[in-house]
Ligand binder design. Structure first.
Ligand code: ZN
Length: 913
């Protein structure tokens, strides 16, 4: 699953110029932008069912009491809807247990019974022109007993059960008597649906079948089977039903064993109106018209091919009038039919998605040397989607903004679309084929997928420098991981809330991806690839945990006669199970000896040194000795991970310093660079002499060190200075070379690190350096954004001029699309109410171009007028854009308190969103 992080405005380049202003304001503007994100992140959540729903659902199944829908107890046979009740009469509330919550509550299913096969049919009541509210479902689950038990425990949430349809029978246990319409209990906290056998047991090695009919609700919370809509070119609203089942929403869609470890085959059928097309994980095998009476629907039964063994959270459906384009992904392993689908009026925005999805599928097949096992892989962009995208096996679903692309879209959108597709396709192996045993090792899914975003994109978009961007991302992640309150990558989780918190974009995704990068570098690329191939093949269609990965990789290294010289599992666990990261301190003792020590790095120097800092790591350190002024440094080009293995020195967890005997003598002209290409997620601190020599090298010829090394050094030197490891003067001396720096990456890292030191800087010095950067497009992009945000006249005047042309002519053809957000933002800031209304109307009437709509909405949030911001927020309350709208206004200093008030006033609604 792709989770979106809150981004500041990311406008850009071309044709803009600015002359002067001090950089203090620049950094302050930057700080204001991030303040909004922090506020949004840390605002607490109330208990989900605690407000107006509490009284109505605490002892019930928590169905939405606001939905009063039609229901006919015989609808499976008659397919007619005549009566109006919220809950089928067969259910009485006495059958639900009033829950007493012991602490700690066990949310895990017993493991005596294992599902093997689901036969699932759903029948949603809607047409393309009518809003969906509910569906009928039947599910039949075959399970095998592995250990005698007299209890069947399943998951269920927000579903209504037809008691008379409950059936429990044996598949091959001849002494088991079939049971119907039996009692069951329900726990509203664990979502456990429990059947106790009174006088019998399920017996080990025998199989059984549970089946039931139920009613489910199609809500607009973008979870489970949910509804969405769009407006077609004739102005008609069209409805669709799709799904998002990760992490625990399968239980909201059908009764099931809703844990990733319970893999099974799924036979899925959808009964739908003829006006709609349906898609699911697998190809369609059969369609037939159902002849029914007294009904407004033309029912069609569509049956899909049985799936491969997979977890419940990967089940997916789409019922819509969407249209598709297709292609064939060809590799040495397989030919897979690839489809990309969207609402019909966005079909012309699918070129990038189609081409990228075909390229990535064959790229990852070749890289992992494991074929994609299904016949087809569909990708669908839907208007409303809670996350960035979801990797359902055979049917990946995306938020439109991460999927559609046209010639007016920004470079950021293009890069997002490509990255997100790489992420989801990588999950077809890491997540779908091999799945974590439990959510504590979610990073095995998301760390690999985040790494694949950059690593995969770098392979197919060679001029995008995606590995540089990845370095930039990791610099931000390590910064966030430097607080004493950070958390481990692999964390024990139990409750739904803990599982949800584990979908942490910074640690689970970001730091998780840094561990994957570390594996690639310390093992060497060939060993890494071979080990991953073995791991994927060994655990195909099964579940694995991190220990399975470490053992497989260690075995591969040994097979290739690569001696790691440490217990690999022990070493890697220090990176996954411990929170934070180390700073390695390297001091020269004499010409041939170094002192190396480590402790946990925490940015806040006020945090006590004792317990927090006693955590230690196995650190695979790499070192290089360089000579001042010499050409041909090891770092002129990027580090080749294939050749790093022999350079790795393992530093064991010890509080005592290690004395390292060098194999060459260092003169006064030699300096050290450690942790090549940030192979390891840590900080490096050198002695003062070494820092001075590095600064001298940068001033003499900075290009002798690679751009990534230069960025890493800036990140380290400023973080260490902030944590009071040394005087800020060392950091300032280090950046004196920046007037020669023309690369995006060191500048990006510098601009992110500068804010803490802003009061200490000679700002005219920095400003003069910035002026020289116009040759680099990426640097310009950042600077133009900042220039307009700090209201530099040259920037704002140019933006206003573009804005006025647009408002006057309503023609965006001459609008530089890469700068669209910033132009709209500045135009609204300096514009009138009439201008605001113009853009607001444009946003309302833009349904076919999601990127443009988002840009227009982002621009509106820049108003300095409280009443306009208020109108903007209230205008979005009933739309799927409300969360984005609040984030946008939180970023606006004029809107902070207003957004807070809006959140408080509308909390229940926003939380449900
Ligand atoms: Zn993911």
């Amino acid at each position: 699953m792709q989770i979106e992080e809150v981004n500041a405005l990311q406008p850009v380049k071309i044709g803009f110029n600015f002359t002067k202003k001090n950089v203090i304001i620049l950094a302050v503007a930057f700080l204001l932008v991030i303040t909004g994100s922090i506020l949004a992140t840390y605002y607490g959540k109330p208990n989900k069912c605690s407000n107006n729903l509490q009284g109505k659902c605490e002892n019930l199944v928590c169905s939405n009491p606001n939905l009063i829908q039609t229901w006919n107890t015989n609808c499976f046979s008659t397919l007619s809807t005549t009566t109006t009740k919220f809950r089928p009469t067969e259910i009485s509330s006495t059958e639900f247990t009033t829950t007493f919550i012991p602490t700690p509550l066990n949310y895990r299913l017993p493991t005596n019974l294992k599902p093997t096969y689901y036969d699932l049919t759903i029948q949603p009541f809607f047409k393309a022109n009518t809003e969906p509210f509910d569906y009928n479902g039947t599910v039949s689950i075959d399970f095998v007993c592995e250990q005698n038990t007299n209890q069947l425990v399943l998951h269920m949430k927000d579903l209504d059960v037809y008691n008379s349809t409950l059936t429990l029978s044996a598949i091959n246990d001849t002494i088991f008597t079939t049971k119907k319409n039996f009692k069951w209990t329900y726990n509203n906290n664990t979502h456990f649906f429990v059947i106790d056998l009174e006088r019998e047991s399920f017996r080990a090695n025998f199989s059984y079948r549970f089946s039931v009919k139920f009613k489910g609700y199609i809500t607009n919370d973008q979870l489970g089977f949910y509804k969405s809509s769009y407006v077609n070119n004739n102005g008609q609203k069209k409805w669709l039903v799709t799904s998002q089942l990760e992490y625990i929403e399968a239980r909201k869609s059908f009764i099931c064993f809703d844990e990733p470890g319970f893999k099974a085959l799924f036979k899925i059928r959808i009964i739908h109106d003829k006006s709609l097309d349906v898609m699911s994980n697998m190809p369609i095998v059969k369609q037939e018209n159902l002849i029914e009476i007294n009904d407004d629907y033309d029912w069609v039964l569509t049956e899909f091919k049985e799936t491969v063994p997979m977890s419940t959270y990967l089940v997916a459906i789409l019922i819509s009038d969407f249209k598709c384009r297709d292609g064939l992904s060809q590799s040495s392993f397989s030919n897979v039919k690839v489809k990309v689908c969207s609402r019909p009026n966005a079909l012309d925005q699918l070129d990038l998605a189609l081409n990228s999805s075909m390229e990535f599928l064959s790229f990852f097949e070749n890289y992992y040397q494991v074929s994609y096992p299904l016949e087809k892989l569909d990708h669908v962009g839907v208007p409303d989607f809670k996350f960035g995208a979801m990797e359902n096996w055979g049917l990946a679903i995306y938020k439109e903004a991460n999927f559609l692309f046209n010639d007016k879209s920004t470079q950021t959108t293009e890069s997002n679309v490509v990255r997100v597709i790489a992420h989801e396709i990588s999950h077809m192996w890491f997540g779908n084929l091999v799945t974590p045993k439990w959510w504590n090792d979610l990073w095995l899914n998301e760390g690999f997928a985040r790494f694949a975003e950059y690593f995969g994109s770098n392979a197919i978009k060679k001029d995008w420098r995606m590995l540089d961007t990845f370095t930039d991302v990791l610099m931000n992640v390590i910064q966030s991981d430097s607080s004493d309150t950070t958390r481990p990558v692999s964390l024990d989780v139990n409750s739904p809330e803990e599982i949800e918190d584990n979908f942490n974009p910074t640690i689970t995704y970001g730091k998780g991806s840094s561990i994957v990068k570390m594996l690639l570098y310390i093992l060497g690329e060939d060993t890494f690839r071979n080990g991953i191939e073995n791991y994927l093949k060994k655990y195909s269609y099964q579940n694995a945990d991190q220990f399975d990965l470490w053992i497989t990789l260690d075995k591969q290294a040994k097979n290739e006669s690569k001696l790691l010289r440490v217990n690999f599992t022990d070493a890697m666990v220090t990176w996954t199970k411990q929170k934070g990261h180390p700073v390695v301190q390297i001091k020269k003792i004499n010409s041939s000896h170094l002192s190396i020590s480590q402790n946990r790095f925490i940015l806040d120097s006020n945090v006590v040194q004792t317990t927090l800092r006693e955590v230690l790591w196995y650190i695979p350190l790499t070192l290089s000795i360089e000579k001042i002024g010499s050409e041909g440094s090891s770092f002129t080009n990027q580090v080749d991970p294939s050749n790093l293995f022999d350079k790795v020195i393992w530093i064991s967890p010890t509080k005592n310093e290690i004395i390292l005997n060098l194999d060459q003598n260092m003169t006064n002209e030699n300096f050290l660079i450690a942790n090549l290409d940030m192979a390891v997620f840590c900080r490096i601190n050198y002695d003062e002499t070494n820092w001075k020599l590095i600064s001298q090298q940068l001033l003499t010829n900075h290009q002798e060190l690679s751009n990534r090394t230069r960025a890493q050094l800036i990140s380290d030197v400023f973080s260490l200075a902030q944590a009071l490891y040394f005087s800020p003067e060392i950091a300032f001396n280090h950046i004196k070379y920046l007037d020669k720096e023309l690369d995006y990456l060191p500048w990006s890292v510098f601009l992110n690190r500068i804010k803490y030191f802003i009061d200490l800087l000679d700002t005219s010095f920095i400003y003069n350096k910035l002026q020289n950067l116009w040759t680099d497009r990426l640097v310009r992009n950042n600077l133009i954004q900042y220039a307009c945000q700090i209201e530099l006249e040259e920037c704002t005047e140019t933006a206003i001029s573009y804005f006025h042309k647009y408002v006057t002519t309503a023609d965006m053809n001459n609008f530089p699309s890469q700068l669209r957000i910033i132009i709209l933002c500045v135009g609204i800031q300096y514009g009138t109410t009439k201008d605001f209304n113009f853009i607001l109307n444009k946003a309302k009437n833009t349904s076919n171009d999601t990127t443009l709509k988002n840009d227009l909405l982002a621009g509106l949030s820049c108003s300095k007028e409280q009443h306009l911001l208020n109108r903007y927020l209230n205008d979005q309350i009933n739309t799927s854009s409300v969360i984005t709208a609040i984030r946008n206004v939180l970023k606006n200093p004029s809107g902070n308190s207003l957004a807070w008030q809006f959140i408080k006033n509308n909390w229940s609604y926003i939380y449900e969103k």
